[in-house]
Ligand binder design. Structure first.
Ligand SMILES: Cc1cc2nc3c(=O)[nH]c(=O)nc-3n(C[C@H](O)[C@H](O)[C@H](O)COP(=O)(O)O)c2cc1C
Length: 417
């Protein structure tokens, strides 16, 4: 019977499970194993054990720092007795051959870094514990899984560890320790057992992909939802507005809102005179005119522009603009004076301007955009990549432009949005 110390660290618990299984196998073989987390080894006399096993998962191409520190601190004791190292990784999950070299490379790096050469090495497939990851790691793994295993159901955990392999590893190391003389001989000859191989190019490629994918996911998950419903309350986002039913199935919807320190009947005149050749769009003129739209944002209410009827056309660019297409104008689809204006674009999408009086001196101004879902894929991609964000910048400018004008007219100021 030999005494074994099994030390490990674990992020989500799979390495702990493997360490425990190794203990069971050694116990069943008649040995005396002690299982310890590396952080719980203070006071443990390694010299009192016949053999030591160390285990770690790979995180971002490295072993857990606590394991490396343990090896550094106990190098002499480890070097003078039979030792084994076992590793859990995603690389070992990949179909045979693909990940073996990468997995071995992590161990080679550990050996180089710590100058500790274990007698036996076990490379095991780990687990993907989606439910225990934070949102970013979960998405990163989903991305990697979609390119490799196809196991992308984030509501569950996937365990890939082959328990027969773990058992074979434990039995083989136990046999090695049992044949003590042979072990000493091998250690003296210094023959390495660590698998070697070229650098893990595949992981490098996946991590590069992640470096691009994570910012994109962060944009999609956090930045985009913020600007799609900028300034609006949950209730305003949920609420149906006049004009919504004109687009029965929307592929995207935006709801943006601002509180204006003026009564609604003082805000409405600014809305009703919207348009090129009319009051303008009250946003960033230099941006509006980058495309030569010749928009002039007025700072006064123009009495002649206060009449607007259903069927009227509101231009986005000049009448003699070089592109003459339905894209350059919108039609008044519905008007409820003082409350709501609904414009409709060439693609059937709607742009709704809605006023909600809060009290005698305050108004909530809500603007909604709805895009029909029957758009071609290319149009959707262009919209996502090139239109949504600039449109948000301009529309936010318009909301704030109308707020500033209405408040200036009444000399009232409410806290900035
Ligand atoms: C944040 C994080 C980073 C990881 N980085 C790598 C890596 O670079 N290479 C790899 O092969 N596996 C990587 N993995 C996979 C783990 O090594 C594998 O899931 C292992 O089973 C985790 O064991 P544990 O549950 O004991 O932490 C990573 C896992 C996580 C959660």
């Amino acid at each position: 019977m030999a005494s074994f110390l099994i030390c490990y660290a674990s992020g989500q618990g799979q390495t702990a499970k493997v360490a425990d299984y190794v203990r069971t196998v050694l116990t069943e073989r008649g040995h005396d194993p002690t299982l310890r987390h590396v952080s719980d080894t203070t006071g443990v006399d390694i010299d009192a054990f016949d053999a030591v096993l160390v285990g770690s998962p790979v995180n971002y191409r490295k072993h857990l720092p606590a394991v490396v520190e343990f090896v550094d601190a106990n190098r002499d004791a480890l070097t003078s007795r039979p030792t084994a190292f076992f590793q859990l990784s995603f690389a070992s999950i990949l179909p045979s051959g693909q990940g073996t070299e990468e997995a071995a490379e992590f161990v080679n790096a550990l050996v180089e870094r710590t100058d500790w050469q274990p007698d036996r090495v076990g490379l095991f497939a780990g687990a993907v514990a989606y439910t225990r990851y934070g949102p970013l790691t979960r998405h990163l793994f989903k991305l990697v899984a979609s390119l490799t295993t196809g196991d992308t159901d984030t509501s569950r955990e996937y365990e890939y560890t082959d328990w027969n392999e773990v058992e074979a590893f434990a039995v083989e190391f136990a046999t090695f320790v049992e044949e003590g003389t042979e072990a000493l001989e091998r250690k003296r000859s210094g023959r390495p057992n660590t698998p070697t191989g070229p650098t893990g190019q595949r992981w490098a490629a996946l991590l590069t992909l992640a470096a691009v994918g994570i910012p994109l996911l962060a944009y999609h998950r956090f930045v985009r939802p913020w600007y799609l419903d900028w300034g609006a309350t949950d209730e305003e986002v949920e609420r149906r507005l006049p004009g919504d039913d004109l687009v029965s199935a929307a592929s995207s919807e935006t709801t943006r809102a601002v509180t204006i320190g003026a009564p609604s009947d003082e805000v409405w005149p600014w809305i009703v005179q919207l348009g090129q050749g009319r009051g303008g769009f009250y946003s960033y003129s230099w941006l509006e005119n980058l495309i030569g739209a010749d928009i002039h944002n007025v700072d006064r209410i123009v009495p002649e522009l206060q009449r607007l009827e259903e069927g009227d056309s509101i231009r986005m660019v000049t009448e003699d603009y070089w592109v003459q297409s339905p894209i350059t104008s919108m039609t008044v689809e519905y008007i409820d004076p003082g409350r709501t204006l609904v414009l409709r674009g060439y693609d059937g999408g709607t742009w709704t301007f809605h006023l909600d009086p809060v009290d005698a001196t305050t108004t909530r101004f809500v603007v909604r955009g709805r895009t029909p879902s029957n758009q071609a894929l290319l149009a959707r991609v262009v919209r996502y990549v090139a239109y949504e964000l600039p449109h948000f910048v301009m529309e936010r400018g318009m909301l704030l432009g109308i707020k500033a004008r209405a408040e200036r007219a009444g000399h009232v100021d409410v806290s900035a949005e």
